[in-house]
Ligand binder design. Sequence first.
Ligand code: CTP
Length: 397
Amino acid sequence: MRGRNILFGLSGSIAAFKAAGWVHSLVKEDARVNVVMTRSATRFITPLTLGALSGNQVFTDMFSEGEGEPMAHISLPREADVVLIAPATAQTIARLAHGLADDLLSTAVLAATVPVVICPAMNSNMLAHPATCRNIATLRQLGYQVVDPDSGLLACGDEGAGRLPEWDRVRETLLALFSDDDLAGEKVLITAGPTREALDPARYLTNRSSGKMGYALARTARRRGADVVLVSGPVQLDPPPDVELITVETAEEMLGAVLEQAADSSVIIKAAAVADFRPVNNHSHKIKKAEAGSQLELVPNRDILAELGNNRQDNQVLVGFAAESRNHEAEGQRKLRSKNVDLIVVNDILGEDTGFDVDTNQVTLISRDAVQQLELMSKEETANGILDRVVGLLPGE
Ligand code: CTP
């Protein structure tokens, strides 16, 4: 979002208070936000609030003196990278569908040549009315991007569709507009997180993987246009929007899910920290101290990545991870060859900014013909760096 210019239009719905939080989120991510409010929006939340949150003057009226910008309906969309309308009421949607230009927001949308993203929010009956359905269909035909509302309890007390969507889904829609579409048409299978190998109903063996790197890959691959399937071990992360999530617990379950998805995947990225061993017995009752010995008997799990490498589909790109505490590059080179993959992403699990559960990473990318060190960056930026290499490995590139 850094440096992006967002023209943020609010219309008159109780959901305007949530959209105010989105303005704050965008500003925290270093976007520049210019707010335009319809007259009804100002009945729900004040321009003062949005001015304070955006750090910029708020525009409410085409003809208001003192708003300082005589041609705001032209200059605001001209400067913007995207127009976001949230909440978009039935009235605003109808105005835009008919090309009306009777207030500042509708006029600015007509003047905009950048993408327009619309987030409807209203009572479910109003949303389901044929007139609203037709107007939303018209907006889509006009090339506007309409984010489907969420369902749930509405402010009026009804249950149904019409809630303003979660910010995460809207944020991803905006970021996809700012991203290349270079993975469009590819099915990308990603694994993430740890696995858990049960000893008894109370105890298991696991590792410290948080899943953040795999989830960042899933989000960024989706933004770049891929169809993404994410096979995830147990993690404390929100599911990325618009990604097929398959949750598993054990390495054996992960193997089953991956093999089911692998045949038609053009790219497979194994970011999961799969347990190498599992207990021989998973006891059905809690093991009692008095009965337990001091030794754990383990059997090896199958190596999912090595199996994929040995049974490659034509033109499939295979990416593995190597989380290392020493001999990083040598271990990466060994895994590249022993698992027969195209790219190994090596990271240092002992580094303060590169270890488990942090939001940054610094990785080395090892392919058959190159070793490339990426800078210390956020996990999402690192994911984009990895995907740049993946795109270069696709057939025809
Ligand atoms: N991997 C896998 N299945 C396993 C073990 C590992 O698919 N049973 C994958 C991981 O997802 C990762 C890569 O293999 O992409 C390397 O995992 P890592 O744990 O670093 O290496 P190991 O193969 O376990 O080797 P070592 O224990 O010698 O480090």
